[in-house]
Design a binder for this molecule. Structure first.
Ligand SMILES: [Zn+2]
Length: 428
């Protein structure tokens, strides 16, 4: 089968308005964690008129929907059907909303990270791609994920086989994240490290309590824990390359009950971000060693546990270039920016990108009702989003899938020595 015209998908005003209404309903009724029954029901309702193969999570309320394209060339044997994975996360945060929007949540949770828009935009992409399914030269896996904020949802979906949902492994995976403090409709990404790896260091220092007037008869865990906190920062600046940076923040420190008592124990927790697997591997070994060695030098003991919670969100260079070129082509060069630096936040889509080449990026959604100097960041109780970006978000995700599948078929045709059966005009 040959198509002369490149396949185009674009959200119209009616679809954009439908997605805005869907998003606002979801925003008013947020759910937290891995179990989002009302959100899952809303997604299933929105998809119910589409011909999709749907698999629901068993350990979570995830939704995996597979759209079968009707234009996979005959030479592409079953099992080798190309598939692209598109992901949207669905969970909210335990924040009391103070955004002031008239569809604000009142249940003590809040979509302060824009995951309501991620879900709505993915529903829109499913509708757009469904409308051209007969001409689609491959399959699309829609990954509706719970539990991103607790770094558990992507792993649960991997464990339940999201990468086998269409048969073969997807050839590429894409996702977007809203930015509440960037101009609406501005697309940003970069090749290579895009968001930080995240690890947590839990430390407990055991001493021997005593009277505050006679520290020489005790083993003071607070003094030693404080020295360890300072030494961790020193160690990072001396032992790690500044061009492969590490950010360490001690966000919790506990010990003691009164000014004249030396306690038995002090504890603290640090969040640690970095931008390469090599550095994260070193941190996991060297920081516990430093902690335990300093405690030992003072004749105390310490337990230090490093939990590697998330890997680096690593954009494949070619896929990031394709992501960027698609945004610039669809919406104009002025609406795309290559980020100079990675973002120091973390994202569990990183686990998908460890398995499948792909790219992740942000879409600005700063509110038109708020002065840009007052735009609240993600995770703020005041965060607001311009949901008019939903149409472009859906168009963008759907176009990534169309162009990537077309390009894959073209290269399959070339490597098979035949002419490409499907025009990939427009594929980057
Ligand atoms: Zn988020």
């Amino acid at each position: 089968m040959t198509t002369d015209m490149p396949l185009r998908v674009s959200a119209d005003v009616a679809l954009t308005n439908e997605l805005i209404a869907f998003r606002r309903e979801m925003h008013a009724d947020p759910e937290i964690g891995l179990h989002l029954p009302r959100t899952q029901a809303r997604v299933l309702e929105a998809l119910k008129d589409l011909e999709l193969e749907i698999v629901l999570g068993t350990s979570t309320t995830s939704v995996v929907a597979v759209l079968r394209g009707g234009a996979v060339p005959d030479r592409v044997i079953a099992g080798d059907r190309p598939a692209v994975l598109l992901r949207g996360d669905m969970d909210a945060l335990p924040i009391t909303e103070k955004s002031g929007v008239d569809f604000a949540s009142v249940n003590g949770a809040m979509h302060a990270c824009g995951h309501d828009l991620h879900t709505a935009g993915l529903v829109g992409a499913a509708k757009l791609l469904h409308s051209v399914r007969a001409q689609l030269p491959g399959d699309v896996v829609f990954m509706f994920q719970p539990g991103e904020e607790i770094f558990a949802g992507a792993q649960a979906m991997l464990d339940e086989g999201v990468l086998r949902a269409s048969g073969g492994r997807p050839i590429a995976a894409y996702g977007v994240h809203m930015a509440s403090d960037a101009p609406a409709g501005l697309f940003t990404t970069r090749p290579g490290p895009y968001m930080a790896a995240f690890g947590q260091l839990d430390v407990s220092v055991q001493g021997r309590g005593g009277h505050g007037s006679r520290p020489f008869q005790a083993l003071d865990p607070i003094q030693v824990a404080a020295e360890i906190v300072g030494s961790l920062q020193t160690y990072i600046t001396r032992r790690f390359n500044v061009f492969d940076p590490v950010i360490l923040t001690v966000g919790e420190f506990h010990g003691g009950s009164a000014a004249n008592i030396i306690p038995d124990e002090a504890t603290f927790k640090a969040g640690i971000r970095c931008f390469s697997a090599e550095v994260q591997g070193r941190l996991a070994v060297e920081l516990p060693n430093l902690v335990e060695s300093i405690a030992r030098a003072h004749q105390l003991t310490a337990d230090a546990v490093f939990d590697l919670k998330l890997p680096v969100t690593e954009n494949n260079a070619g896929e990031a270039e394709f992501w960027a070129a698609t945004a610039a082509d669809l919406f104009g060069e002025e609406r795309f920016e290559t980020l100079q630096f990675p973002k120091a936040g973390s994202e569990d889509f990183s686990k998908i990108l460890l398995e499948v080449p792909g790219s992740f990026g942000h879409i600005g959604a700063g509110s038109p009702d708020v002065d840009p100097s007052e735009w609240a960041p993600l995770h703020s109780s005041r965060a607001q989003f311009d949901d008019r970006v939903l149409g472009d978000q859906a168009t963008f995700l759907a176009t990534l899938a169309v162009r990537r599948l077309s390009a894959a078929n073209m290269s399959a045709g070339v490597s098979a020595g035949g002419s490409a059966g499907v025009s990939a005009t427009g594929a980057a």
